[in-house]
Ligand binder design. Structure first.
Ligand SMILES: Cc1cc2nc3c(=O)[nH]c(=O)nc-3n(C[C@H](O)[C@H](O)[C@H](O)COP(=O)(O)OP(=O)(O)OC[C@H]3O[C@@H](n4cnc5c(N)ncnc54)[C@H](O)[C@@H]3O)c2cc1C
Length: 486
């Protein structure tokens, strides 16, 4: 089914009905299984329930929220986010749910971008202060603008000169931009950027992707188009400016608490069967759940290990098997003394080593200048490398790396929490990304219903990304199912 803008708008308005209100008489016997209790699944369940359908949500983990995951205060002081952190002002659905279910929002706690003058660069074996970067001999850029860009922002700076029509956030999938569906490496080489500059500024600590050869430039342009459309002066929104008080996980938890539907945790879905009169979902724990339709929000990195009957065919089958997920590995540390005061460098580091981005987090509302923890946030190839070790080996490896770069940190960092999104069987990576050629090949096929199974999840979103993309996709899938249930 193709959704028109009018239908989409209609659904958005439906989801804006006050708590507890029912837009239509309950439809006895109508029954939908929602697979996954992340934002996509919860939003789909909420919309269906609001209309009066009976819904059951099944989740593999013993917690709500999926890739929205806040650390416990007892694990990491200041309970930083281990999954999604920044909520933009344009995240209408996320903010609506927070409001409807009483979650207070506050200014976001800076994470991925440390405050100005609080980051140093450690590249090619040398520690460099932020203010010295533009004129430093290791700065590989000839282009004036890029020379003056912080290394931590160079990756995104290439998406701003964007060929996609500003304001048309569906354009990236309309089939007209295939010439940009090539690797960002090939694109940058065409732009005359040196291999050395590509490796340092774009192949290191990539936000999306594993390396510069396996990320589509068209995906980069889609992100850039979204940023310049929504977060520019005309767009009127600000970037990842907000967070939920107490942690972002409070939002999916509050939605789940507000649902009247049954929500079953700890059931690892093993098989999904779609037949002429319904769907049947089987779990490893030996349970079977049946319904007329199902909305599957499992990331494809998890779905590819679920037995689908009938087998997903053609390009959709290929998409489930091949869509990529960014590997992310994190280690959280508590500083036992302010080692940064001893060597005069900034407390945060952007490195080209296994430590990745090393962020000083300030998460004490009573004392906003206090560094409560450090987070080594490692993406891409380096995250995959750390994944090959046990968590303890990876921690020791990283500690040696940090102490080698900053001898003043020796003995001053206590590791408290390790998380690999890649190794999490229910995630298989942090977020979906598109390899060169994949958008052209299967972007549209990937979200088509297969029999009675409908697909949602951030990977199926068109207009938004991240948390809001997940909500958008849950809304679309809920409408598809409503259409069929009548
Ligand atoms: C480190 C990190 C940083 C991020 N930063 C941001 C950010 O700053 N801003 C932003 O907007 N977004 C960010 N994101 C992305 C955002 O978290 C996701 O896009 C969004 O939460 C995805 O929601 P979803 O419902 O599509 O998927 P999920 O949240 O993954 O939900 C799917 C659910 O399905 C369950 N599941 C999977 N397989 C099975 C199975 N076999 N059986 C049963 N259950 C199963 C999972 O446990 C999960 O609960 C970040 C993500 C990560 C990991």
């Amino acid at each position: 089914m193709q959704l028109t803008r009018r239908q989409l708008l209609g659904a958005s308005l439906l989801s804006l009905t006050p708590a507890g209100s029912v837009m239509a008489a309950p439809k006895a016997g109508s029954d939908v299984l929602v697979l996954g209790a992340g934002l996509a699944g919860l939003n789909a369940a909420l919309m269906l329930e609001d209309i009066g359908y009976s819904v059951r949500v099944i989740e593999g983990e013993n917690r709500i929220g999926g890739r929205v995951h806040t650390a416990k205060e007892s694990d990491v002081p200041g309970h930083p986010e281990m999954g999604a952190s920044g909520i933009g002002e344009s995240y209408a659905r996320v903010l609506y749910c927070a409001k409807r279910f009483g979650v207070e929002m506050e200014k976001s706690r800076p994470r991925t971008e440390p405050r100005k003058n609080e980051v140093m660069f450690h590249v090619r074996g040398e520690g460099i202060k932020e203010q010295d970067w533009a004129d430093h001999p290791l700065n590989p850029f000839i282009n004036e603008k890029l020379r003056n860009t912080k290394l931590s922002s160079a990756g995104f700076s290439i998406y701003s000169d964007n060929p996609l029509p500003k304001g048309d956030l569906e354009a990236w999938q309309n089939g007209q931009w295939g010439e940009y569906d090539i690797s960002i490496y090939d694109h940058l080489i065409k732009q005359g950027i040196s291999k050395q500059a590509i490796d340092l500024a774009f192949n290191t600590n990539m936000s999306y992707g594993t390396n510069v050869h396996d990320l589509s430039m068209l995906m980069g342009y889609q992100s850039g188009n979204m940023i310049r459309t929504l977060y520019s002066k005309e767009g009127g929104f600000s970037g990842p400016a907000l967070a939920a008080k107490g942690g972002n996980q409070r939002i999916p938890e509050a939605v789940a608490n507000g649902l009247k539907s049954e929500l079953i945790l700890g059931q690892h879905i093993d098989a999904i069967r779609s037949h002429s009169s319904g769907v049947e979902v089987t779990t490893r724990e030996g349970k079977k759940y049946r319904a007329k339709y199902c909305i599957c929000t499992l990331p494809f990195s998890a779905l590819r290990h679920v037995h689908m009957d009938p087998y997903l065919e053609g390009l959709q089958g290929e998409a489930v098997a091949q869509l990529k997920y960014t590997p992310v590995f994190q280690i959280h540390f508590v500083p036992t003394r302010p080692f940064w005061e001893d060597d005069g460098f900034a407390p945060s580091m952007w490195t080209d080593r296994s430590t990745g981005r090393f962020m000083a987090l300030k998460n004490d509302p009573e004392n906003p200048d206090k560094i409560t923890s450090h987070l080594a946030f490692v993406n891409g190839e380096m995250a995959k490398f750390l994944d090959r070790m046990t968590p303890n080996q990876a921690t020791q490896y990283m500690l040696r790396d940090i102490e080698d770069m900053r001898p003043s940190a020796k003995g001053a960092l206590k590791p408290v929490k390790t998380i690999s999104w890649n190794r999490n069987v229910f995630a298989g990576g942090a977020y979906a990304y598109w390899a060169p050629g994949q958008i052209t090949r299967f972007a549209k096929e990937l979200r088509q219903p297969a029999g009675r199974v409908h697909f949602a999840g951030e990977h199926t979103a068109v207009i938004n990304r991240g948390m809001e993309g997940a909500m958008e996709s849950g809304e679309r899938a809920a409408m598809e199912v409503m259409d069929r249930l009548g």
